[in-house]
Design a binder for this molecule. Structure first.
Ligand code: GTP
Ligand code: MG
Length: 157
């Protein structure tokens, strides 16, 4: 089953869109497997976006991601990576279709409120032990516990 690393960026948290974003993924039919409110360090932001290191906006991107708490989430479901990218919309919110998260809620590329993994491989990496961010916010631990102990977890409720 596919997994996507979804992160509500600091502006999304600050503007109060955490519930709205979770709701859209739930309504679509995906399953929330891990979640944490987390203050991302400069080092973790640089690692998360390392493919963009050479871009002129990279320092601004790192400042943005570390400007306040983010909400880190692991979502699971068939086709969740590609579907999440559709739900999120284009990188530039002014180009994103109405009905998408960015299309409905944002206007600036540098303030586009949410991250989603861009491939199933990156989804696994960003949630798993290949990602320092996932380790730091214990997403992997929560994710694995959830998978292995879902039944017993439900018994505790
Ligand atoms: P993520 O889901 O966050 O990875 O966005 P994406 O996959 O739609 O875009 P990409 O990976 O190419 O860029 C990562 C993030 O860098 C974007 O979501 C923006 O927040 C930021 N970014 C990309 N291009 C620009 C730009 O031209 N200017 C600024 N200020 N930020 C940018
Ligand atoms: Mg990306």
């Amino acid at each position: 089953v596919d997994e996507s690393y979804i992160m509500v960026k600091p502006d999304g948290v600050q503007r109060g869109f955490v519930g709205e974003i979770i709701s859209r993924f739930e309504r679509k039919g995906f399953k929330l497997k891990g979640l944490k409110l987390f203050q991302c360090s400069k080092e973790l932001a640089e690692e998360h976006y390392k493919e963009l290191k050479a871009k002129p906006f990279f320092p601004k991107l790192v400042d943005y991601i570390t400007s306040g708490p983010v909400v880190c989430m692991a979502w699971e479901g068939v086709g969740v990576v590609a579907s999440a990218r559709k739900l999120i919309g284009s990188t530039d919110p002014l180009q994103a279709e109405p009905g998408t998260i960015r299309g409905d809620l944002a206007v600036q590329t540098g303030r586009n409120i949410i991250h989603g993994s861009d491939s199933p491989e990156n989804g696994k990496r960003e949630i798993g032990c290949g990602s320092t961010m996932a380790l730091a916010c214990q997403l992997y631990v929560i994710h694995v516990l959830n998978r292995d102990h879902e039944q017993s977890f439900l018994l505790y409720l």
